[in-house]
Design a binder for this molecule. Structure first.
Ligand code: PGA
Length: 224
């Protein structure tokens, strides 16, 4: 099981230092990824894998406000999140740009957690599979270092997780196309994690809100 935390735009370097300390003291050999904001990166050894929430597909260069590979290398970061709906929707990252990020990550052999998921409108009109098919067509599903996170947009940060049954149906669909490990994300919390982890093809979870506090996140891992 992969337990991935998406800290989003939370934590300062000091608070992340505390966060990392609590995880380090309590994790054993669980497979934990923490996608931290670049401004909180620490140059230390952790019992979890530190990942980048974002990067620009370049070594370095004239890309104001962005973070390039040389900067990630400084912290030995080789795990990246691509395609999160907040970057697609709020930052306007297109399929074409996501493909460029994906290709760059593949070229560097990075582990990619690639997010896909449908809007409420698509979900309600029964077009989830069609939509996911389009999103999946953008990347090489055979990439050996790929993890796919299914995150329905309507379940992110809403406290309305997809049901275990819904997760099961969609993961079954994605598993028919790729052997990459599959995660579910979208309002995963202490109440629903045990059920979600039992879903067939579920290889773990990508947790936002419930991961921002280290003890909460550890409780979540323990209840799985
Ligand atoms: P959430 O976020 O757990 O707060 O719904 C999940 C995510 O955005 O990855």
């Amino acid at each position: 099981m992969i337990f991935a935390a998406n800290l989003k735009c939370n934590h300062t370097r000091d608070s992340f230092n505390e966060y990392a300390k609590i995880l380090n003291e309590n994790l054993k050999d669980e497979n934990v990824l923490v996608f931290a904001p670049a401004t909180t990166f620490l140059n230390e050894e952790f019992k979890f894998t530190l990942g980048a929430q974002n990067f620009y597909p370049c070594e370095s260069g004239s890309y104001t406000g962005e973070i390039g590979k040389a900067m990630l290398d400084e912290f030995n970061i080789k795990t990246v999140l691509i395609g999160h709906s907040e970057r697609r929707e709020i930052l306007g990252e297109s399929e074409e740009f996501l493909r460029a990020k994906f290709d760059f990550a593949v070229k560097n052999g990075w582990r990619v957690v690639y997010c896909i998921g449908e809007s409420l409108e698509l979900f309600e009109s029964g077009k989830t599979r069609e939509w996911l098919d389009l999103q999946l067509a953008n990347i090489d599903l055979g990439y050996k270092n790929l993890v796919i996170a299914y995150e329905p947009i309507w379940a992110i940060g809403t406290d309305k997780s997809a049901s275990a049954e819904q997760v099961g149906e969609i993961l079954e669909f994605i598993a028919s196309k790729t052997s990459a490990p599959l995660l579910y994300g979208g309002s995963v919390n202490a109440k629903n994690i045990a059920e979600i982890c039992k879903v067939k093809h579920c290889g773990g979870v990508l947790v936002g809100t419930a991961s921002w506090d280290a003890s909460n996140f550890l409780n979540l891992i323990a209840s799985c």
